[in-house]
Ligand binder design. Sequence first.
Ligand code: FES
Ligand SMILES: [Fe+2]
Length: 372
Amino acid sequence: MTDRPPLAPTPSLDTAGARTLPAAAYVDPVALEAEKDRIFGRTWQLVAHATDLLRPGDFVPVTVLDQPVVVVHGLDGELRAFYNVCRHRAGQVALTKGNRKSLQCRYHGWTYGLDGTLRTCPEMDGTRDFDKADFGLVPVRVDRFGPFVFVNLDPEAPTLAEVMGDIPGEVAAAGFDIDAMSRVERRDYVVEANWKVYVDNYLEGYHIPIAHPALFREIDYDAYRVDTFRFHSKQSAPIRDLKPGEEIGRDRRYMRSPEGETDALYYWLFPNTMLNLYPDNMQTNVILPLGPDRTLTIFEWYYAAPGTPEGWESMQQAIAFSDEVQHEDIVICEQVQRGLRSNAYDTGRFSAARENGVHHFQSLVREFLGED
Ligand code: FES
Ligand SMILES: [Fe+2]
């Protein structure tokens, strides 16, 4: 571990005086290449879950956009990650999830220990100035938040703990034991819009009254707030009391409970990871660019007690509810992408009351691209 300087203080944001990112940032393929390198190549990316790597010897191939990585549960119990690239002629050392004592490249059979060292490489004796010790797998940083496994391609980046700040403590204080929750569902949605359009949209509640009528009924919009930190932000919205005549399951999805957490909490980690906490479930979203105007969003749902009949029923309702909200967001994002391509639009302004989270994200994009 290198000693990294402490995080610089969070810059103060002048949302009232700012302009939105220019339209070109959302449509230009060159801009996306720069973002892959300077944003996705330098930040913590959620790539796996602890259940993928339970036993010593378990390994799972993942990608950070187009960079192949393998995450390994070592025989010594340590979690490690490496570029999934053989040092011979760039074959891949893990093609599928598995459990082994070593990783063997499927091309010419070079074999690496789970600690990345090159163990055997047939018929290399006559090769001049070749030392096996110089040809280990290239390590990648890996860390965990509870069961969530993140990797970071940048050796100089702040730690995951620094990026997350108070999130782990707040999640525990809200009553979520994330290690004890099970993944019950995954849904992938392809959105025909730039990944930043999707993230911008996620980071404000300003559109809820118009775009999400059912969600609007659940929350106290006036009390909705967005707090920004160095590399993450938090949106919170109290769940509204039932109005006379409203029924749970018919008019409303969630109910204020006298004990426990009664806010919907939406955490976002720069640039593309979201953790959404509702009274009875948790959801992760990972947002991945497929092209300048194409984005994959991966949703996963977690429950504390998915095995019980009530758990099952409530789970299906929660999934259907966020699926509805997601479809409303996709429609909006795809409209915005067409608007960003129009001759009429270059840049806009923020609502200072409601869009500080969007401005915070866009400021980090500019910072990472070196445009400040
Ligand atoms: S490329 Fe891996 S052994 Fe040749
Ligand atoms: Fe939305």
